[in-house]
Design a protein around this ligand. Sequence first.
Ligand SMILES: NC(=O)C1=CN([C@@H]2O[C@H](COP(=O)(O)OP(=O)(O)OC[C@H]3O[C@@H](n4cnc5c(N)ncnc54)[C@H](O)[C@@H]3O)[C@@H](O)[C@H]2O)[C@@H](O)CC1
Ligand SMILES: Nc1ncnc2c1ncn2[C@@H]1O[C@H](COP(=O)(O)OP(=O)(O)O)[C@@H](O)[C@H]1O
Ligand SMILES: [K+]
Length: 511
Amino acid sequence: MRYAHSVEAVRAAERELMARVPEGTLMRRAAGGLAAACAGMLGRVYGRRVVALAGSGDNGGDALYALALLARRGAGVTAVLLAPDRAHAGGLAAVRAAGGRVIDAGAGGGAGGGSDGGSGGDAADGSEGGAAGVSAGDAAGAAIARADLVLDGIVGIGGRGGLRPDAVRLAAAVRASGAAVVAVDLPSGVDAETGETAGEAVRADATVTFGTYKPGLLIDPAAQYAGAPRLVDIGIGPYLPAPVAEALQDADVAALLPAPTGESDKYRRGVVGVVAGSARYPGAAVLAVSGALRGGSGAVRYVGSAGDAVIARFPEALVSAGRPSQAGRVQAWVAGPGLGREEDARAVVAEVLAADVPVLVDADGLAVADREAIRARRAPTVLTPHAGEAAALLGVDRADVEARRLEHVRRLARELDAVVLLKGSTTLIAAPDGPVRINSTGTAWLSTAGSGDVLSGLIGSLLAAGLGGRDAASVGAYLHGLAGRAAPVPFGAHELADRIPLVRPEGTGGR
Ligand SMILES: NC(=O)C1=CN([C@@H]2O[C@H](COP(=O)(O)OP(=O)(O)OC[C@H]3O[C@@H](n4cnc5c(N)ncnc54)[C@H](O)[C@@H]3O)[C@@H](O)[C@H]2O)[C@@H](O)CC1
Ligand SMILES: Nc1ncnc2c1ncn2[C@@H]1O[C@H](COP(=O)(O)OP(=O)(O)O)[C@@H](O)[C@H]1O
Ligand SMILES: [K+]
């Protein structure tokens, strides 16, 4: 599992630990881990050219100390200072002592007047720009252009708002250079808490983060700027509270994923009931059933008007055109894909919500479900909206949900007292309490009609097998994302389910 903590929690834990260890210990650990990661990426350190972009805070300090360590191993190093008069004194001294070159980024650009345009609060840093700044800026650009590796130590968890103009210029030079980029703690310009970006941000190949992951490292769009995240342990673990967010890894999924044993029969494996499809959208029924079957259920009961289409594709499905309550034994229901929003849809969703087994509600089901009926349920309830559906449930604009996904998924889970899976390029899964699960195994190719229907069936099969709402939703999203990655592109949603068995983690094949 990858755990992520808020900035406030990180700072509090760092204070606790710092009170117990000699001054400078944490930064030394951070810089040591950072330098080791850089050395790993470079392969050979001797003779390589490394540039550190260093802001005025401790993030710049980490970058400067790491740069000094790389210089001691034979790298040719250059520190580019964004605010030379406020650069981390110890880090700067270490770079100088190791024989590194230090140059001014040429920050300020004169009076500092051109700082509006969403570039953050106190942009007028007051460092002397002028003619010297311009030529120094060229020196920085030249160093970056020749670099093998650039360390982004502009800002870390102390960053507010987007990058300021001088940092924007450096970020552009880095992008043009072709150097490998390692972000220190976080890519500069991304929001540590939410994963939002305000304007420009540094694009990294890898991010070396300290103590714990920050939520923003795992959530798009910031996650796309972070490249491969790596964690360096600086010893704050014992002082951290429960995480605010977490992301399943292969081993977690392997441990959670049910597989049949010698004692299994179809009921123990779980029977999924699917209420989906309509005369207009029979395909949604087929897709939801495909996900339920490939998710590993013991049997799938389909209830609705698309039984012929379902049987034609999946002869093993048990179909009926009656009511859900008369369908026979079911251990979890999936209701909503392609169901339509007529009176009858409302009635069958109400019937399913009244059942005392886990229920997943998706798509049209979300539009016709009664809120009080959702809140009144005792068995697990999973809702799987995309941003538009979540906005309708919350009574806000879709753009608001898209801009602040973490906040809105939490709010919806609390308001409806259910597990909510908010779809998108990173999928967020929130329960009324506890950490939000973040899934980023997917690919943009999954944004194809009907792929959500497959996800519904897949999660339904995990609920039927006995997983709780949060686990079923997050394991389902994980496998669905991987299935999308495993399928030759472009694919149609009907090709997705067959990939699910291929992407199960090793050791989950049962006997
Ligand atoms: N707190 C600790 O004990 C430790 C902190 N560490 C490092 O320290 C970092 C946090 O250090 P700080 O609290 O000094 O904060 P930062 O170094 O992240 O940034 C603060 C500085 O950047 C400026 N700034 C803020 N937003 C900016 C923007 N958008 N563009 C340009 N400049 C901006 C601020 O004026 C301030 O001077 C962490 O991310 C981590 O890298 C590590 O050394 C481990 C230990
Ligand atoms: N850009 C993206 N990157 C990764 N996954 C995506 C992206 N866009 C959508 N998805 C995923 O594709 C699926 C689409 O589901 P949904 O919006 O319900 O479509 P439909 O209703 O057509 O089935 C969801 O699992 C969602 O998380
Ligand atoms: K950084």
